[in-house]
Write a protein that binds this ligand. Structure first.
Ligand code: SF4
Length: 258
């Protein structure tokens, strides 16, 4: 791929990350010439609820409830990791070097959820270890969290080719694992990094601009949304807004925990 094409794709990804352009999404699907099964189409349609919902959250794990899998009975993160690390449930397994389960404090009050592994994460088998990872560490430090006290995971656990946004069917396939991690960790708050993480977890259709600043309920866990650190590296002007978001997140944490 030549440099100009790469730049155009990066710019479109930025646009999607910030504005949640639905037309853009449709184009991705059409360009792939993939005919989505009915279930996936439903996924990108507006959900019955969006959150902040007082109703109990309908976890996507329920989409896969035809037969119970062994990993659903895992009693620890370590056990879960062992049970799912050879997963081939979606096409992303074909390109992975390492399965990226997640890392951090298994008893964390705060979980941070990103989109998916990038090149460095795929290489090391750990989430947020590249430049974006360093920026995440700095952001957490700025609001008085260390990486060791939070738990960091992604919506998908295998690297999408060329760091593309995971497709809805890939997120649906992987989300039950994240839900199980959430069930085991029992965090009080979750910070979603970027629109893909917010869409994957909360099933929302709005833009990042609309989602930022709101507090959502996810099975009684408070969820907030801010920029993905990779987007901040490309567009440092957004750091100011991210700072506003994470300060609000810290304030919420203090209210709930302290
Ligand atoms: S991305 Fe998730 S569902 Fe897909 S193969 Fe990897 S672990 Fe399995």
């Amino acid at each position: 791929m030549d440099l100009s094409k790469k730049k155009i794709i990066e710019a479109l990804k930025d646009q999607q990350d910030i504005f949640g352009d639905d037309l853009f999404e449709e184009k991705i699907i059409e360009n792939k010439s993939v005919k989505l099964p009915q279930q996936q189409k439903e996924y990108i349609k507006p959900e019955k609820k969006i959150t902040a919902v007082k109703e109990p959250f309908q976890k996507s794990v329920q989409l896969f409830n035809d037969s119970k899998s062994d990993w659903e009975d895992a009693e620890s993160l370590e056990q879960l990791n062992k049970m799912i690390s050879n997963c081939t449930k979606c096409a992303l397994h074909k390109g992975r070097t390492n399965f990226v389960f997640g890392s951090g404090n298994p008893d964390a009050d705060v979980m941070v959820v990103g989109e998916g592994p990038g090149a460095e994460e795929d290489k090391q088998g750990l989430p947020f270890v590249g430049r974006a990872g360093q920026l995440l560490t700095d952001i957490l430090k700025a609001i008085k969290f260390s990486r060791e006290e939070v738990y960091i995971a992604n919506i998908v656990k295998c690297r999408p080719p060329n760091n593309r946004v995971p497709f809805p069917d890939e997120m649906d396939a992987c989300l039950p694992y994240l839900n199980k991690q959430i069930e085991l960790i029992k965090p009080k708050l979750i910070l979603c990094l970027g629109l893909t993480a917010a869409k994957g977890l909360l099933k929302r259709k709005e833009s990042l601009t609309a989602l930022r600043g709101q507090i959502f309920d996810y099975d009684e866990i408070k969820v907030m949304v801010t920029f993905h650190p990779a987007a901040l590296l490309r567009n440092p002007n957004w750091k100011k807004d991210c700072w506003i978001d994470v300060q609000k997140f810290r304030k919420l944490y203090d209210e709930i925990i302290i």
